[in-house]
Design a protein around this ligand. Structure first.
Ligand code: DOR
Ligand code: ZN
Length: 420
């Protein structure tokens, strides 16, 4: 079976220039990219006026399986990924049991294979049960298929434990993804500022994140380990990362669509879909994040897709779990908030959604080169649509974007040449 994608606007972060070209897909691989390709046997797909990009990669999702199947499963989460334009996802280890041993990693990979949707790359835990005290068997996790290490959802409080984890990760040539939160400063439910005071909710100061970003950058310098900062939410974090990069420290960073779009203002009304960790921050933080995306300080856009059930979220703000779903709104938010207003070019946005996360994780994705797996996303950049959680493939409907009008929609994804 071969497929000829005709006349699409190719946005390939590896290529020099944007151009209208055809792509030939044969046997699950990209067999040709050029102008006026012909392939008499191939089925033709007209992509005129649409953007054709490498399959998008979300390096921060919670698939919830094993253990929390009421929130999401590998099947529903990877379907949500495909609907959102993502052909690969890295899933975080805060499952039950925690992905701190090879059998959980193998279980997730097995479920992903059965589902046959987006490709799944599990992240292994840094510490046993993500409790922050004893290292998980990192080499064994890597051997089983873990592509990175993180205790996401929780910080690694003990600096000596993090140092040791970084030393092992360096030996394994794997990246540490750090959920930066200094526990002794955290413990609130939203950003600490004027609005938390007005609403009478306990705040989490920006410093809770920044102290840990600074510590981990210093430990990355000490160990030479590759460090990736998850869900950057504050101006101070952006500044620390910018400076660390300028000193040659091996640090990369991601932010999320909700952190570049929303401020703590959205917590008015106590919608628990706005309760997320790290919290929605102040307008000056959002501005700094936009600047960090534009100047390359922030390498990656990842969703931190964190589904919860309606029962769990439909409680008072203090009691609700942190997290919101992001897979099916990410491309619309990137286009509406970043590309159309001119903060990023389409190429920069696509790099942050594909090539950059693929390189950080070391997975085969992010390119439209001949010979690469035919993981392709087709985006209709002018399509206007309204977010309707009821139409999500994800079990999680916890989005603060319900009813929002967006421009830019993924209309087709191909994984190894199979169309979804
Ligand atoms: O809001 C969040 N939800 N932040 C995290 O770090 C973890 C995640 C979850 O697992 O629900
Ligand atoms: Zn996290």
């Amino acid at each position: 079976m071969s497929l000829l994608i005709k006349n699409g606007i190719i946005i390939d972060p590896c290529a020099e220039n944007r151009a209208v070209k055809d792509i030939l897909v044969e046997n699950g691989k990209i067999a040709g990219v050029s102008e006026h390709l012909t392939a008499p046997e191939a089925e033709v797909l007209d992509a005129t006026d649409k953007l054709v990009t490498p399959g998008l990669v979300d390096m921060h999702v919670h698939l919830r399986e094993p253990g929390f199947e009421a929130k999401e499963t590998v099947q529903t989460g990877t379907l949500a990924a495909l609907k959102g334009g993502f052909t690969s996802v890295a899933c975080m280890p805060n499952t039950y049991p925690v992905a701190d041993n090879a059998s959980v990693i193998r279980y997730i990979l097995g479920r992903a294979q059965e589902a046959g949707n987006a490709k799944v790359y599990p992240v292994g835990a840094i510490t046993k049960n993500s409790e922050g005290s004893e290292l998980a068997p990192m080499a064994e996790l890597k051997e089983a298929g873990a592509v990175a290490f993180s205790d996401d959802g929780k910080p690694v409080n003990d600096a000596a434990v993090m140092r040791r984890a970084m030393e092992y990760a360096k030996m394994l040539d794997a990246v540490i993804i750090s959920h930066c939160e200094e526990s002794t400063l955290a413990g609130g439910v939203m950003h600490e500022g004027t609005i938390s005071t007005m609403l009478g909710l306990k705040g989490i100061p920006a410093a809770a994140e920044e102290v840990m970003v600074a510590r981990d950058v210093i430990l990355a310098r000490l160990t030479g380990c590759r460090l990736h900062i998850a869900h950057v939410s504050t101006a101070g974090s952006v500044q620390i990362i910018r400076e660390a990069k300028s000193r040659g420290i091996k640090v990369t960073a991601e932010t999320t669509p909700h952190h570049f779009t929303l401020t703590h203002d959205y917590v008015h009304g106590y919608d628990t879909a706005t309760k997320v960790n790290p919290p929605l921050r102040a307008p000056e933080d959002v501005e700094a994040i936009l600047a960090g995306l534009a100047d390359g300080t922030i390498d990656v856009i990842a969703t931190d897709h964190a589904p919860h059930t309606e029962e769990e979220k439909n409680v008072e703000y203090d009691l609700a779990p942190f997290g919101l779903v992001g897979l099916e709104t990410a491309v619309g938010l990137v286009w509406s908030q970043l590309v159309l207003p001119g903060f990023l070019t389409a190429e920069q946005a696509v790099a942050k959604l594909s090539l950059n996360p693929a390189r950080i994780l070391g997975v085969p994705a992010g390119s439209l080169e001949v010979g690469a797996p035919a993981d392709i996303t087709i985006i209709e950049p002018r399509q206007e649509w309204e977010v309707n959680p009821e139409s999500f493939a994800s079990k999680g409907k916890n989005t603060p974007f319900a009813g929002r009008k967006l421009t830019g929609k993924p209309v087709m994804t191909l994984v190894n040449g199979t169309r979804f």
